[in-house]
Design a protein around this ligand. Structure first.
Ligand code: FES
Ligand SMILES: [Fe+2]
Length: 362
C-alpha cells in the first residue's frame, strides 16, 4: 500500500546497525536487473546475477562517489558510468580499471566497493547493515553473522500474503505503534473488526526473551472478528506474540495442526522515515474460495488505517512535542526503548527481569 507521503522533516531516531533488514521484495529483482534502495539512510544498489544470487552494493563508486546505479549491470559485473571500473557485485571486488596500463602498479583486485551480505528469504532480499565505518566484511566475519529472521511455518502446505506501507515517521514511532494495544478500538474500528463499545479490560502475561519480550501464549481476545471466525475450528486456539530487536514482531496462532503466523518488520528507510512489511502464512480455510483476496483486502485496510494515523501523527510530530508513555498500555513501548538503549550502549541489561502481567482496556 503506497500513498504520497507529506514532505517535511520529522524528528530522527537512532538506528540499530549490525542487523539484517528487508531491503525489498525479491520478486522485484529479475535476473540481470538492479534496483536502487534506501536502507537505514544508506543508498544501495540491489540486484540479481545470472546465477540467481542477489547482491547489495553501497550505491557509491569508491573512485569518485558517483552512484553505481548510474552505470550498467550485465548480470555478472557492475560497471561505473564515470570511468568504467568494473565490480563483482557479491564481493564488491574491483575486476577492471580500464585506464590502467602496463606502467601502472595498482592492483585493481585490492579495491572494493562496499558490498553488504544479501540473502533471499520469505520473499525479501535481506541485507545485513554493518555499523558505519566497520570496514569490509570478509568471509570469516560473514560466517559469524546472526541468522536471517524467518517467518515460522508449521506445515508443508500453506497460503501466504505480503502487505507493506511507507510511514512518514521514524522507526521508533513505527515500532511503538506496532506494539500499542490501546489504539485498536479507535484506529481499527470497523464493523468487520471491532467497535469502540467492545472495549473491555484485558490482562496479558509478558515474559523476557533474548533481545525482546513475549506476550505469553494465551487465548486470543474474542472481541475481534478474525478470532471469531477461527471459532469454527474449536475453542483451543492460543496465540503468542514476540517482539525482538531491532524491529520484529512475530505472531503465532495455533490450534492442533491448524496455524496462522505473521512476521511484521518496521525498517528504517532514513533516520526520519520507515516502512512496515507484513508477511503472513496459514493453513486454515485452505478450501474456502477467495480467502486470499479477502485477507489481502482486509489486511490492506488494516495496515492503511495505521499508515493514515501515522501520516496524521507526523503532522503533529514536526512541532517536536513532549510525549508520554503511560502504564500499563505503553509498557511494551517503554521496554522497547530500554532494550534499544541497552543495545546501542552495548549493555546486556533487560528491562524485564521476570514475567509480569499488564492490564489495560482495549
Ligand atoms: S567514479 Fe566510478 S570509475 Fe571513476
Ligand atoms: Fe494498528
Amino acid at each position: 500500500m503506497s500513498t504520497t507521503l507529506p514532505v517535511f522533516s520529522a524528528p530522527p531516531a537512532e538506528m540499530i546497525f549490525d542487523e539484517w533488514y528487508p531491503a525489498l521484495r525479491s520478486d522485484k529483482l529479475r535476473v540481470g536487473q538492479k534496483q536502487k534502495v534506501l536502507l537505514l539512510g544508506v543508498p544501495l544498489l540491489v540486484g540479481r546475477k545470472n546465477d540467481g544470487s542477489v547482491f547489495a552494493l553501497r550505491d557509491l563508486c569508491p573512485h569518485r562517489g558517483i552512484p553505481l546505479s548510474a552505470g550498467w549491470f550485465d548480470g555478472e559485473h557492475v560497471t561505473c558510468k564515470y570511468h568504467g571500473w568494473e565490480f563483482e557485485p557479491c564481493s564488491g571486488q574491483c575486476t577492471l580499471i580500464p585506464s590502467l596500463t602496463q606502467h601502472d602498479s595498482l592492483d585493481a583486485s585490492k579495491i572494493y566497493s562496499g558490498a553488504y551480505p544479501c540473502v533471499e528469504s520469505d520473499g525479501f532480499a535481506w541485507v545485513f547493515m554493518p555499523s558505519p565505518g566497520a570496514g569490509r566484511l570478509d568471509a570469516k566475519k560473514i560466517a559469524k553473522l546472526p541468522p536471517v529472521p524467518v517467518l515460522p511455518k508449521f506445515s508443508d502446505k500453506f497460503k501466504g500474503i505480503y502487505l507493506t506501507a511507507d510511514l512518514p515517521c521514524n522507526v521508533d514511532h513505527g515500532i511503538i505503534g506496532l506494539m500499542d494495544p490501546a489504539h485498536g478500538p479507535f484506529v481499527h474500528q470497523a464493523w468487520w473488526w471491532r467497535s469502540r463499545s467492545s472495549i473491555h479490560e484485558k490482562s496479558k502475561k509478558f515474559e523476557p526473551i533474548p533481545q525482546g519480550f513475549r506476550m505469553s501464549s494465551h487465548k486470543p481476545s474474542v472481541n475481534s472478528a478474525p478470532y471469531k471466525l477461527l471459532g469454527v475450528y474449536g475453542q483451543d486456539f492460543t496465540t503468542t506474540i514476540d517482539f525482538v530487536l531491532p524491529n520484529r514482531r512475530f505472531e503465532t496462532i495455533r490450534c492442533g495442526d491448524k496455524w496462522f503466523a505473521s512476521m511484521t518488520t518496521v525498517t528504517p528507510v532514513t533516520p526520519t522515515t520507515c516502512r512496515i512489511d507484513v508477511v503472513g502464512a496459514w493453513n486454515i480455510f485452505m478450501r474456502v474460495p477467495f480467502v486470499l483476496p479477502i485477507v489481502r483486502f482486509f489486511g490492506n485496510r488494516f495496515v492503511g488505517q495505521d499508515q493514515q494515523t501515522m501520516v496524521e501523527q507526523a503532522e503533529g510530530l514536526r512541532y517536536n512535542p513532549a510525549l508520554m508513555l503511560i502504564d500499563d498500555a505503553d509498557k511494551p513501548a517503554k521496554w522497547y526503548f530500554a532494550l534499544k538503549q541497552a543495545r546501542l550502549e552495548g549493555r546486556k541489561t533487560h528491562p524485564l527481569k521476570k514475567p509480569v502481567t499488564l492490564h489495560w482496556r482495549s
